[in-house]
Design a protein around this ligand. Structure first.
Ligand SMILES: NC(=O)c1ccc[n+]([C@@H]2O[C@H](COP(=O)([O-])OP(=O)(O)OC[C@H]3O[C@@H](n4cnc5c(N)ncnc54)[C@H](OP(=O)(O)O)[C@@H]3O)[C@@H](O)[C@H]2O)c1
Length: 287
């Protein structure tokens, strides 16, 4: 295809994003031409920017946009409709056109689900998961755990936020509760997901301080998935690996959510592995 596709990223700030590199790699991988344009959009300017985007609705080459912090929730009332995942999570990261309507999807959640599978996690309703964090990314993780039917405990720095989240997400057929670390039966936990921002650009910070005995109580093969990917090896991952747990960082989620957005916009499938390589190269350059 020789036509120039166009997609945007609206975020604030936007400077350190890896998404342009990832989407350029996606275009190259499938032999398409186009641009992915990051724009710093302040919160008070989002409505006007989406109105301007709507003016491009008739241009088939403008395929959509990604939204990142702080717009993922604020955009909801500005759209014509939401996918079921976006509605359940209450946040959108991908905007696309359908029959002239501007719709919102959430590819973070299925992106995380795919990354967990890549990391060798086999969903098993008999095991427990621990979720760290109670913000937007935690909502995507709850969608994954509920979809798999894996009972979960939410640990968060501010316990009240974890309690509110558990109350909102629990269903008659799926258990989720807020907990403190000392209330968790670590011997039943096969998956720990860090969906908090602890550790982001701060190598010594961790959202979970466990004793050696608690780490060692985790079953063999337990996985710690840290959605933070900068630094590559967070303190949480180092602690986990030191005590014999498997760990994985958040680049897989980032790559899969991008591949899913790219498929929405172009219909083309791109392998997450190619996108992870592009992101790793960029991280190496900026380290
Ligand atoms: N890999 C990916 O593709 C991907 C996708 C989306 C997001 N992310 C990452 O996910 C992280 C969370 O994003 P978000 O949108 O959920 O942010 P958010 O809504 O601001 O929530 C932040 C969460 O982190 C907790 N937290 C912050 N600093 C902490 C600390 N020092 N110790 C313990 N807990 C701390 C907060 O606890 P309180 O409630 O106590 O404030 C809150 O639960 C970010 O690092 C983001 O970059 C990665």
């Amino acid at each position: 295809m020789s036509a120039e596709l166009r997609a945007y990223l609206f975020a604030h700030p936007v400077a350190h994003t890896l998404s342009p590199v990832i989407h350029r790699a996606a275009l190259a991988a499938v032999g398409m031409h186009g641009s992915y344009r990051p724009e710093d959009v302040a919160p008070q300017d989002l409505a006007a920017r989406l109105l301007a985007l709507r003016a491009e609705a008739l241009n088939p080459l403008t395929v959509g946009a990604n939204l990142s912090l702080p717009h993922k929730v604020a955009a909801l009332p500005l759209l014509d409709g939401l996918t079921p995942a976006a509605r359940a999570i209450g946040a959108v990261n991908t905007l696309y056109w359908e029959d002239g309507q501007l719709l919102g999807d959430n590819t973070d959640a299925p992106g995380l689900q795919a990354a967990l599978r890549d990391a060798g996690f086999a969903p098993d309703q008999a095991s427990q998961a621990v979720l760290l964090g109670a913000g937007g990314a935690a909502r995507a993780a709850l969608w994954v755990l509920r979809d798999w039917g894996i009972p979960a405990q939410i640990l968060n720095r501010t316990l009240g936020r974890a309690e509110a989240l558990a109350e909102e997400w629990a269903t008659p057929s799926w258990t989720v509760e807020a907990a403190r670390p000392e209330e968790v039966d670590w011997s039943a936990v096969r998956l720990i997901i860090n969906a908090s921002s602890a550790g982001l650009d701060r190598p010594e910070e961790t959202p979970l301080l466990l004793s050696a005995a608690q780490w060692e109580a985790l079953p063999a093969g337990a996985l710690v998935y840290d959605i933070v990917y900068r630094p590559r090896l967070t303190r949480l991952r180092r602690d986990a690996e030191q005590h014999g747990c498997r760990s994985e960082g958040g680049l897989g989620m980032l790559a899969h959510q991008a591949a899913l957005a790219f498929r929405r916009w172009t219909g083309a499938e791109v392998s997450a592995g190619v996108l992870i390589e592009a992101a790793q190269a960029e991280l190496g350059r900026s380290a």
